[in-house]
Design a protein around this ligand. Sequence first.
Ligand SMILES: *[C@@H]1O[C@H](CO)[C@@H](O)[C@H](O)[C@H]1NC(C)=O
Ligand SMILES: *[C@@H]1O[C@H](CO)[C@@H](O)[C@H](O)[C@H]1NC(C)=O
Length: 486
Amino acid sequence: MKRNSLSSFSVSLCLLFTAVMLQVVESAKGKYAHMLFNELFEDYSNALRPVEDTDKVLNVTLQITLSQIKDMDERNQILSAYLWIRQSWYDAYLKWDKDKYDGLDSIRIPSDLVWRPDIVLYNKADDDFSEPVNTNVVLRYDGKITWDAPAITKSSCVVDVSYFPFDSQQCNLTFGSWTYNGNQVDIINSLDSGDLSDFVEDVEWEIHGMPAVKNVITYGCCSEPYPDVTFTLILKRKSSFYIFNLLLPCILISFLAPLGFYLPADSGEKVSLGVTVLLALTVFQLMVAEIMPPSENVPLIGKYYIATMTMITASTALTIIIMNLHHCGSEAKPVPQWARVVILDYMSKIFFVYDVGENCTSPKREKEEERKLEGDDGYQRRPKEVRSHLSNRNVDYDLKETLNGNLNKNYAVHGEDVRETVNCCSCYKMLIKNIEYIANCIRDHKANRAKGIEWKKVAKVMDRFFMWIFFIMVFFMSVLIIGKAA
Ligand SMILES: *[C@@H]1O[C@H](CO)[C@@H](O)[C@H](O)[C@H]1NC(C)=O
Ligand SMILES: *[C@@H]1O[C@H](CO)[C@@H](O)[C@H](O)[C@H]1NC(C)=O
């Protein structure tokens, strides 16, 4: 029992000793860091370029990591991006012998204590010139300073929307020293491209690389060089959003437009369909115009809209002209011979137009009805007896003879006075004349009606012709724009 308690006592004593020793080491490190800091910054100025020989150049290595694309404003030509900017350089006055400071090889201190290169984004498009973020820098014993700073940059970017929504863009991010020339501060890109390993996938843009190029610009003949590093962000737009929201509805609507020619002329909706489609397209065009910069380059989709709208305007105008033909009616001139040959003979066969009103009834039944009509000769409203005698006969000359014979027969049967019959004969002649007149009228009326029907048929053939023409045009335009996407 006693020996047991003794051993436990010795163990706890041992632990205590170890703890005290550790404490000493820890405090020694902290003390050294403190000492180091005080010694380093005793007579250090962060205002001056930290080189021993002022003729010597100070190399600043720059590395950009693209974290996220915040926004691409096509209208104002501004790219907002979230970047991490890593700069490193050697400070000639911030070196120490790490053995003298108990192996302390690096310290982290606020960046505003040390000299920092004034590297800025040249093509910045921000309203406020905000100061760089005051993050810490890592200071290594050999004087190497590494400064990581996050930044939200707004850079100007020339946006070419000619191929919207199938466009790709190139945005330059040019970094350079604002005041130092190339003989004082030289800027070097650490990699030959921006770092994209931490990129957060963007919904609208695909990144196709971010190559970096160093440019040295010399203004005038003999002055100092001004180096800069330009990162070119290559972006490709993901177009499915625009295809579904701007392109497909327009294609569908434009396929509706040629059907306006198929609408029956009497429905009175032919023109309003065209105008409605035109208005719908205008709405889409306004939507596109709102997001596009007002530049010379009309985007592809805008061209498509304009082409479609022109086509629909033309189709509506043609519809109006064809409506006029349709309503030519009986008072019009007859269909000219060439039109009769070209339109009624050939084109009607090509476009399968048989007769007016064939939409709902089959052509065969229509034909039968016509034959019946011809048999009746159009005299449906004649008295029954006359019709029975005249049926299936030529109206022209037989009429008089038949009537005469009939009348004589009738009177003979009734046994009336012959003189009265002769007297009455002149009165019947009068009647025959009238009937002849009525027959002529009806014949004229029928001819006129045929003329009207002919015009209607001309209108219908033209309608079909243009329907197919416009269908083909819409189809080719859609294929063309979809082809651009591929
Ligand atoms: C800076 O970099 C250049 C090469 O780009 C090199 O020749 C020069 O020695 C470097 N200067 C310093 C001080 O490291
Ligand atoms: C972007 O930078 C590259 C490389 O410096 C240059 O060739 C290109 O012309 C620049 N583009 C624009 C739009 O300034």
